[in-house]
Design a binder for this molecule. Structure first.
Ligand code: C2E
Ligand code: CA
Ligand code: CA
Ligand code: CA
Length: 284
């Protein structure tokens, strides 16, 4: 390290440099993973509680690393956001998920909005210049031939609250394409009721932290009930994520929740395994 000068701010900080180098290495690893096509989309079923059948899947990205095994998104999405690698990653997931959903719809003769696919949209994707996400979605729908109503976009509540007027305008343009927009991790992002009414969205996806406490904690149950009533009042669909137990499912059903997703029904799995699930439940 450099000798300390009189001005503290020029001090060379070896630990920070090491951190910067580690980050650069992680960035290069991720870039190489994209080039080597090591990313994979996994699919987790969403169940319509009115009919009991699979209404669609959520697309969840994984990194199948030859060295590290299956790396979950929590370990690389944040880095991808910071480095703009989220753009190629997000574009690839969107294309892959729409192509898969189109294939399933044809294979199983799905009608209407059945067999939809939900894709997560990150902050940077939503906020890119001149509504770039709108053009991208339009392009991918045209490319894959997927009906717009079968594409659901999940945007977290905290991201929506970052730039409300801009996001309202982007959501309106997405909705004009015919895609469904859902507020993800609902209940954790502190949106006010006034904003909620102004966001042009189709559904609320209740955060799993509320679902988790449904069995044990009456106050959480009351909050879940209030969220479901709120969604009803605003004419929005309610989706519960993180459903793990039959008791949670029974409770959600009695409270009038529309759609549920969680390990109780199935974990996220590779496309081929998801096709297997459809084969079993929808066998013609
Ligand atoms: P999320 O969108 O809130 O997704 C739900 C997460 O909960 C997923 O974790 C899912 O595997 C997990 N999960 C599902 N059912 C259960 C359950 O019953 N119990 C519990 N404890 N967990 C359950 P995953 O796949 O690791 O994804 C984590 C986060 O990474 C996602 O949270 C999402 O924010 C982000 N993510 C995943 N794929 C993408 C993507 O393609 N693009 C972007 N931008 N973000 C993504
Ligand atoms: Ca999600
Ligand atoms: Ca969520
Ligand atoms: Ca989440």
């Amino acid at each position: 390290a450099k000798a300390r000068g009189r001005n503290k701010h020029v001090v060379y900080d070896p630990s920070m440099n090491a951190r910067a180098r580690a980050r650069l290495r992680r960035e290069n690893d991720l870039r190489r993973a994209i080039e080597r096509e090591e990313l994979a989309v996994y699919y987790q079923p969403k169940v319509d509680l009115r009919t009991g059948s699979i209404s669609g899947f959520e697309a969840l990205v994984r990194w199948e690393s030859p060295e590290r095994g299956i790396v979950p998104p929590d370990e690389f999405i944040a880095l991808a956001e910071e480095t703009a690698l989220i753009f190629p990653v997000g574009r690839w997931v969107l294309e892959e998920a729409c192509r898969q959903a189109k294939e399933w719809r044809e294979e199983y003769g799905a009608v209407g909005d059945d067999l939809s696919v939900a894709v997560n949209v990150s902050a940077r994707q939503l906020q890119q210049e001149q509504g770039g996400i709108v053009e991208e979605v339009e392009r991918v729908l045209a490319l894959t031939g997927l009906e717009a109503g079968c594409l659901h976009l999940e945007i977290t509540e905290s991201v929506l609250m970052e730039d409300v007027p801009q996001n309202i305008s982007t959501l309106a343009r997405l909705k004009a394409l015919g895609v469904h927009v859902e507020i993800d991790d609902f209940g954790t992002g502190y949106s006010s009721l006034a904003y909620l009414k102004r966001f042009p969205v189709d559904g609320l996806k209740m955060d799993k932290s509320f679902v988790e406490k449904l069995d044990s904690d009456e106050e959480s149950a009351a909050i879940v009930e209030a969220m479901i009533m709120l969604a009803r009042a605003l004419d929005l669909e309610v989706i519960a994520e993180g459903v793990e137990t039959p008791a949670q499912l029974a409770r959600l059903r009695s409270l009038g929740c529309d759609v549920a997703q969680g390990y109780h029904f199935g974990r996220p799995v590779e496309a081929m395994a998801a096709t297997g699930i459809l084969d079993t439940v929808l066998s013609r």
